[in-house]
Write a protein that binds this ligand. Structure first.
Ligand SMILES: [Zn+2]
Length: 393
């Protein structure tokens, strides 16, 4: 009898626990600051209103299931587009998001201000924000920057892997020949203009020299929309300890990237071994002129089981959040999954529907409910508010 009572008590504790993480996740404002599904699916004709399981990490039903309140959609083209093409492309991609939101007005709404963000949460519609990933999309023109802001873009990632004429990328800075130029005068005026407009300066992908030049130029808190910790996984575009401290001093926020290659220091080696097994296929795609990141995605999709076998556990992602919290406190970290822009995810995650598992893991790690709310969304809201112009609030 006593055994039965103990078992029942244990079962009810487990049930209560699982209810509490679900309740906490549902009540918290959950924000993800980087998703590439527009580039990888919408622009290719897939409708997020349909069930895209098996094809993408995201669709409208799964955003709902994952309890995501606000999604920043990335506007992206790589550096092969430039003068006369990149800005146009960015606008077409922005059109695709407005069209989607227009098609599902009961489920989505565009968000360009903190007040609209709260409105979307209240109305239980997915709040859609625009982040432009790559300074090359302004084609060295300040009027193009203004125009992207007017169209609703609320962050600009100063560089993608390619540098611009005014800001050097992490990729180029890690290559001695390309060099570390940081920001030039025009770059500094871009940062100042973004501060004036109320557009967040996103330092994911930028080189260290650019990072420090921005820190010394900006008057507003910075954003890292999808970046992880260098100390735990030393890859060129992760953040070193002094950078993490500088973001905290500036009042900014680091939204941790979920990509296994940025959170697990063994992943790249294992990934190379998988791709080596399919070298003939890889070479033929390369000959067709497909860029490396698309080849990786295509191979990963085809050899899902092999990629899943080398994926790190979710606890490693939590380690990155934990590291930042231990170094500078709980106010400077959030989530920037990079879903649909990365070829695989940590073991327990399949797509946006699995965000509640992060809340559960944080509770298990001993975080308080108030701290978890900060990580899930409140820290980002603080930075968004601090950047927004008065009339937008
Ligand atoms: Zn990126």
């Amino acid at each position: 009898m006593r055994q039965l009572v103990t078992t029942l008590l244990m079962l009810s504790a487990v049930a209560g626990y699982s209810q509490s993480y679900k309740k906490l996740h549902e009540e918290a404002i959950v924000i993800d600051t980087h998703n590439d599904v527009l580039s990888s699916a919408t622009m290719k004709g897939l409708d997020l209103g349909r069930n895209l399981k098996g094809k993408t990490h995201s669709d409208l039903a799964r955003f709902k299931k994952g309890g995501i309140d606000i999604q920043v959609f990335s506007i992206f083209c790589d550096g092969t587009l430039g003068k006369d093409t990149a800005f146009k492309f960015a606008n077409i991609e922005i059109d695709s998001l407005y069209a989607l939101a227009g098609r599902y007005p009961g489920k989505m709404m565009m968000v360009t201000s903190p007040a609209q963000l709260q409105e979307a949460v209240k109305e239980h519609r997915l709040g859609c924000m625009i982040g432009v990933e790559g300074g090359h999309m302004i084609e060295d023109r300040m009027d193009y920057l203004d125009s992207l802001y007017k169209r609703g873009a609320r962050y600009l990632t100063l560089t993608w892997n390619n540098s611009t004429s005014w800001a050097s990328s992490a990729k180029d800075e890690s290559n001695k020949e390309a060099g570390a130029n940081g920001l030039n005068d025009f770059g500094r005026s871009v940062v100042r203009r973004m501060n004036e407009l109320g557009m967040m300066v996103d330092l994911s992908h930028t080189g260290e020299k650019t990072f420090w030049d921005v820190i010394h130029t900006t008057r507003k808190p910075v954003l890292l929309s999808h970046s992880s910790v260098y100390r735990l996984c030393p890859v060129f575009r992760n953040l070193k300890d002094d950078q993490i401290k500088a973001v905290a001093n500036n009042g900014g926020v680091i939204q941790v990237n979920f990509y296994p290659g940025f959170i697990d220091s063994n992943y790249q080696k294992n990934r190379r071994a998988v791709f080596e097994r399919h070298k003939l296929e890889k070479d033929s795609l390369q000959k067709l002129g497909m860029p490396d990141y698309e080849i990786a995605e295509a191979l990963a999709k085809k050899y899902r089981k092999e990629m899943d076998a080398i994926s790190p556990p979710l606890s490693l992602l939590i380690d990155h959040i934990d590291y930042i919290v231990k170094l500078v406190g709980v106010d400077y970290v959030g989530l920037g999954a990079d879903m649909d822009g990365i070829e695989s995810l940590p073991q327990e995650l399949r797509g946006v529907e699995d965000f509640p598992k992060i809340t559960k893991a944080l509770l298990q790690r001993g975080y308080s409910e108030a701290d978890i709310r900060k990580i899930l969304g409140e820290n980002f809201i603080r930075v968004f508010e601090a950047n927004s112009s008065r009339s937008d609030r």
